[in-house]
Design a protein around this ligand. Structure first.
Ligand code: FAD
Ligand code: AMP
Length: 490
């Protein structure tokens, strides 16, 4: 069926996740007539804006991480403060309802922002055609063609599924299903010790599940600085996560009926082939770009060998007036990376020369303690031969961390041995994400470790650990005995 209504827009954005909705709002702010096409609808057919991040990603996972952390704190950690909370219990359905309410509030908020900025919200599945046209197929199957001057593709990503563990109802689930368990699984398997697997595994472990994380690689968090990854593994194992490295899942069988269903997972490790039974299994083996059926063969946009839309450093595709941002292009699959690309592209379309510093994008694992990092790891610097100095400050020596009974972890700062420019900062500890953000700002301003060392930090704060790590780079942290200075050179 084809009912063509042509309408012109200066910019058409495909996808209303963090990449798409930010691009649409910024284009509209810059005076461009903008539409944003989104295919995600709720059970009533109303559009759901916000993409993976708001609906099934960053926000709902953080809501569950915060609820489960509070529960665990009340159950295990209040006693030390003199608070007795002997009959702490968790109402899982109430926890999920709170999470859903936050999601609805935020996704609805994007609709409000679209209205306030005069962004046209179009519901349907978009396809990029030749000559900068976009075909949108509505839920009713009717196709409409829109003409654009510029197109921004922000169609995002979806979880990867693997043949050994096909998803099944609420028994074998992906990250989306893991946000919806109606009861705490007794024994939960998680395939993949990446960021998402560790966050979701932590949620259900805190609520009482026995959690086994099966990871094919021998190394734990290979992209993370080795000191921090080692400490993280130790801390998570102490928290009860059974992390098994060098363990590749090769098959699964679901047995039983109804609520009694179980999944038997087959895997291989150094000792051979084994099986283990779980009540539920989360498959968290990464995400892939959602680029199939998105591009007409003659639209001029190309994909790379892994299915990502191929773009240059300015997020421009091989078709001059078509851009792509967020998870559908190379780089870390992070909401803040997509949002900044969106702003860059909108401003470039408006003639500005905005550019992203891809070397300075922070990453976070929102467990407790948090793990966060930016810039180069020590192992990367060693491999490249660049000379560097390291300063480490443990939270055990932070007055504020001690006062709040949150002393696990450390700040590790790395600076260039000759220029003292900060090259990286790696943190495991309380509020690690916010602490690393301070260093992201410092790096953006070209700061040296000494610049941070000479900055006044409020006392007593966790931020002082950043200050002390910067002091430690030069070997004179105040609150740890660091003579002779810990100097590491390649
Ligand atoms: P998406 O958010 O995936 O949005 C793409 C949108 O495009 C979707 O709404 C989709 O329906 C729509 N779409 C796709 N194809 C079409 C089409 N043809 N026509 C119309 N619409 C289309 N990142 C962080 O930075 N911090 C976190 O804490 C974090 N936590 C996460 C936790 C989980 C469990 C998951 C799964 C992800 C998490 N992420 C996190 C990653 C983050 O969600 C993504 O990086 C981010 O959502 C990517 O934004 P995007 O706009 O590129 O794509
Ligand atoms: P990430 O891409 O960071 O989300 O992490 C996904 C993790 O899943 C990676 O560390 C992979 O090594 C791991 N993985 C992928 N396939 C398997 C498998 N069959 N068994 C165990 N781990 C896997």
């Amino acid at each position: 069926m084809s009912d063509q209504v042509n309408q012109d827009f200066e910019v058409i954005v495909i996808g209303a996740g963090p990449g798409g909705y930010v691009a649409a709002i910024r284009c509209a702010q810059l005076g461009m007539k903008t539409a944003c096409v989104e295919k995600w609808v709720d059970e009533k057919g109303a559009v759901k804006l916000g993409g993976t991040c708001l609906n099934v990603g960053c926000i709902p996972s953080k809501a569950l991480l915060d609820s489960s952390h509070k529960y665990k704190e009340a159950r295990d950690d209040f006693d030390v403060h003199g608070i007795s909370a002997s009959s702490v219990s968790m109402d899982v359905s109430k926890m999920l309802a709170r999470k859903n309410k936050i999601v609805n509030q935020l996704t609805g908020g994007i609709g409000g922002l679209f209205k306030a900025n005069s962004v046209d919200s179009i519901v349907g599945t978009a396809k990029v055609l030749a000559n900068k046209q976009v075909e949108v197929t509505g839920n009713d199957g009717i196709k409409t063609i829109y003409q654009a001057d510029k197109i921004i593709i922000a169609a995002g990503s979806v979880p990867i599924d693997i043949p050994p563990t096909p998803l099944l109802d609420d028994v074998i689930v992906d990250s989306t299903g893991a946000l919806e368990f109606e009861a705490v699984p007794k024994k939960l398997g998680v395939i993949g010790a990446g960021v998402i697997g560790l966050e979701l595994g932590s949620v259900w472990a805190r609520l009482g599940a026995e959690v086994v994380v099966l990871e094919a690689l021998d190394d734990f968090l290979p992209a993370v600085d080795e000191t921090i990854a080692k400490e993280t593994k130790k801390v998570f194992r102490k928290q009860g996560l059974d992390i098994r490295l060098g363990t590749r899942v090769t098959g699964s069988t679901v047995t039983g009926k109804g609520k009694k269903r179980k999944v038997s997972v087959e895997y291989t490790d150094a000792e051979g082939t084994k099986t283990e039974e779980f009540d539920n299994l989360i498959v968290c083996v990464g995400r892939r770009p959602l680029s199939e059926q998105l591009l007409a063969p003659d639209c001029g946009v190309n994909l790379d060998e892994r299915g990502f839309v191929f773009v240059n450093d300015q997020c421009q595709t091989d078709a001059r007036d078509i851009y792509a941002v967020g998870d559908i292009v190379r780089g870390p699959m992070l909401a803040h990376k997509g949002m900044e690309e969106a702003v860059m592209v909108a401003e470039r379309i408006a003639g500005k020369k905005t550019q992203i510093n891809y070397e300075n994008i922070p990453s976070v694992i929102y467990t407790h303690p948090e793990i966060a990092w930016v810039g180069k790891t020590e192992q990367e610097l060693k491999a490249s031969g660049q000379k560097y100095n390291v300063g480490v400050f443990p939270f055990a020596a932070s007055g504020r961390a001690l006062a709040s009974n949150d002393t696990t972890g450390m700040v590790k700062m790395i600076a260039d041995a000759e220029t003292d420019r900060i090259l990286g900062c790696h943190v495991i500890g309380p509020s690690a994400a916010d602490l690393v953000q301070q260093v992201v700002i410092a790096i953006e301003f070209g700061s040296s470790a000494e610049d941070l060392a000479l900055t006044v930090f409020s006392h007593p704060t966790l931020s002082e650990a950043v200050h002390e790590a910067a002091l430690a780079v030069a070997g004179h942290a105040i609150h740890i005995p660091n003579k002779p200075p810990r100097k590491a050179r390649s």
